[in-house]
Ligand binder design. Structure first.
Ligand SMILES: C[S@@+](CC[C@H](N)C(=O)[O-])C[C@H]1O[C@@H](n2cnc3c(N)ncnc32)[C@H](O)[C@@H]1O
Ligand code: SF4
Length: 380
């Protein structure tokens, strides 16, 4: 099983907190040229790495892929259908920003197979949206979710908490309100103050305070989401009635994925080893590489056993699916003293075992970073 990730690295403007590979787009975009580039790179993946396994998820992420014209998304899906074998219950997600999708576009996309929408709401307080540099208002975000829910059954929203000047009471109120929206899934991200962002500048210059209490926010967030019937199945992701985001679950289970677009990443298994591929992150350079090179070469890195173990652990421990310890070699288990460390973590109720899967308990999730650091330190 594998998944496909299509990255569109353009946005209307840059949000003040965002460090993702995305740039504001003010210039004319020759979509036909971009389409040829995406098609060519998909074809390269097919020729070089694809082994005929079913594709279980296609994810249009960004950036703001909802800025793409419908024909582009529809045609990409047709190309993927021609090149790859699609699983019968394929999940196809589009990330959408409020104000970049209307009902007409949504109907066209639904017809082409998109069956999940992930809407970037972030907050439902106008002043906060302004502080974050978002281009939509609270009511526009709400209207977008309600309108889209008439067309798509499976809607997810993104929210950001532990923001400057936020207190736990206002977050509780805001969170409870969005949990009543017609959604099946919610991603609740704790704000990360990234270097080289406008938000960091505002904090450094003293115009905004640094957010303070993250553990308290995290605990309250989990408690409220659960009380509204949302299961925490990953540190930042909550699902109603098991509507897990299949795409991200495949990352956490360390399955293969083919990423296309500026800055997109991939993991492909070749002869039992994981190959990491990072594509050129600059939009113009990526387009030039994809279009002008006759056979674009991927920038491959073969991961060694240690890197693979660390990635598997870092991804797996985040989610309720955990890490299958049997997939880790005896040599690595000894090198990192895993047997003893896992015993100690279990004695302290930080982990539990389900068959050969090691899964963090709620107490363990609270200490996720420390536990990962502990398990990935060599013993020899
Ligand atoms: C790559 S963004 C794309 C989503 C879409 N472009 C949007 O902004 O609505 C995915 C999500 O990551 C979250 N995110 C981005 N930067 C973050 C940061 N510095 N701290 C916490 N969450 C962040 C936001 O919730 C955002 O919706
Ligand atoms: S948060 Fe989303 S819309 Fe804002 S700049 Fe980042 S990718 Fe673009």
């Amino acid at each position: 099983m594998s998944t496909i990730y299509i990255h569109w690295a353009f946005c209307r403007s840059k949000c003040y907190y965002c460090d993702f590979n995305s740039v504001p787009c003010n210039q004319f975009i020759d979509y036909s040229k971009w389409f040829i580039a995406y098609k060519k790179i998909l074809q390269r993946y097919k020729e070089q790495y694809y082994k005929g396994e079913p594709i279980t998820s296609i994810y249009f992420g960004g950036g703001t892929p909802s800025l793409l014209p419908s024909w582009f998304i529809v045609s990409i899906l047709e190309e993927i259908d021609d090149m790859f074998k699609l699983a019968p219950n394929l999940e196809i997600t589009l990330e959408a920003n409020p104000k970049t999708i209307d009902k007409t576009k949504a109907f066209e996309l639904k017809k082409s197979g998109i069956n999940r929408l992930s809407i970037g709401v972030q907050s439902i307080i106008d002043n906060v949206l302004k502080m974050l540099g978002r281009t939509h208002s609270a009511i526009e975000a709400k209207d977008c979710v309600f309108e889209m829910s008439e067309i798509f059954d499976n809607i997810s929203i993104d929210m950001i908490y532990n923001r400057p000047r936020q207190n736990i009471q206002t977050w509780e109120k805001e969170l409870k309100e969005v949990l009543e929206y017609p959604i099946k899934h919610i991603s609740l991200y704790e704000l990360i103050i990234e270097p080289n962002t406008k938000l960091k500048e505002m904090i450094d210059s003293g115009s905004l305070p640094f957010p303070s209490s993250s553990a308290e926010f995290f605990e309250k967030t989990i408690e409220i989401a659960r009380s509204y019937g949302f299961e925490m199945y990953e540190v930042s992701n909550f699902a109603k009635d098991k509507h897990y985001g299949r795409h991200n679950v495949s990352y956490w289970k360390y399955e293969d994925y083919y990423g296309v677009g500026a800055g997109a990443h991939s993991r492909c298994t070749v002869n039992g080893h994981k190959i990491a591929i990072a594509q050129i992150s600059n939009n113009e350079e990526w387009l030039k590489w994809a279009i002008e090179t006759e056979n674009p070469e991927f920038n491959e890195e073969i991961l060694n056993e240690d890197d693979e173990f660390k990635e598997r652990l870092i991804m797996g421990l985040r989610s309720k699916f955990g890490v299958n310890i049997e997939l880790i070699s005896e040599h690595i288990k000894i090198k990192y003293g895993l047997k003893n460390k896992l015993k100690k973590l279990q004695a302290n109720s930080y982990i539990m075992n389900k068959g050969s899967d090691v899964i963090l308990t709620d107490d363990g999730i609270m200490k996720l970073n420390l536990i990962i650091q502990y398990l990935t330190e060599e013993c020899l």
